[in-house]
Design a protein around this ligand. Structure first.
Ligand code: 5GP
Length: 194
């Protein structure tokens, strides 16, 4: 998606450890127009698949997931990382190791929002080694929900996440695919093709 690639080139900052900082439009300050365009694109890609729920994990997945749910007219569920007093029993849970924070979190979704009749589109901001998506897949499997596909805003194709999802025969759609960081610059898959 050209619009997202241009924005990454303009405002993204390459940090140590293969981390791209995009707090200008996605991870801290959020650009609603860009989120809307991303939601439109995910909705276009998955419109004919009978999606009943969009599932993500807090907090950075919420913006793109919400705008996708808006276009598909289905509810959006965000898995929670901290148990609240009102969210204690009847949960689907999985443990997720965070790529950027280097800690493990338990993520959970209430059983009342996800079940065997659901067809799920999983959305997240980044795909690196696939741990966040693996956790979301696990909670969907606990619910016996059908996973129709995974939509990622920014995928780093040189890390393990892509393989982890596709080897489960789950459809993966990424709006921007980064093949490398070279001298502090982002290289997209599209750059290699042209
Ligand atoms: P994974 O679980 O695929 O290893 O990493 C995905 C999660 O880690 C994403 O939900 C995102 O929050 C975070 N993450 C991974 N790589 C990056 C990155 O390069 N930049 C930012 N800002 N977050 C990342």
């Amino acid at each position: 998606m050209k619009l997202l690639e241009e924005r990454i080139r303009r405002d993204g900052q390459v940090l140590e450890g293969n981390v791209l900082k995009v707090d200008n439009f996605l991870n801290h300050q959020v650009d609603p127009d860009l989120m809307f365009a991303m939601g439109e694109e995910f909705a276009r890609l998955f419109r004919d698949n009978g999606i009943t729920k969009v599932v993500t994990v807090e907090s950075s997945g919420i913006a793109p997931a919400l705008l996708t749910g808006l276009q598909l007219h289905v509810p959006v569920i965000f898995a929670r990382k901290h148990k609240s007093l009102t969210l204690v029993n009847d949960l689907y849970t999985a443990t997720v190791y965070s790529y950027t924070k280097k800690v493990s979190n338990e993520i959970s979704i209430s059983r009342k929002f996800l079940g065997a009749d659901d067809k799920v589109l999983i959305i997240d901001d980044f795909l690196a080694n696939g741990q966040a998506i693996a956790g979301l897949i696990e909670v969907c499997e606990q619910a016996h929900a059908e996973i129709v596909g995974v939509g990622i805003a920014i995928e780093k194709t040189f890390q393990r996440g892509h393989e982890l999802i596709t080897e489960k025969n789950i459809r993966l759609e990424s709006l921007a695919q980064i093949t490398a960081f070279e001298n502090g610059q982002v290289v997209f898959v599209d750059d290699k093709e042209t």
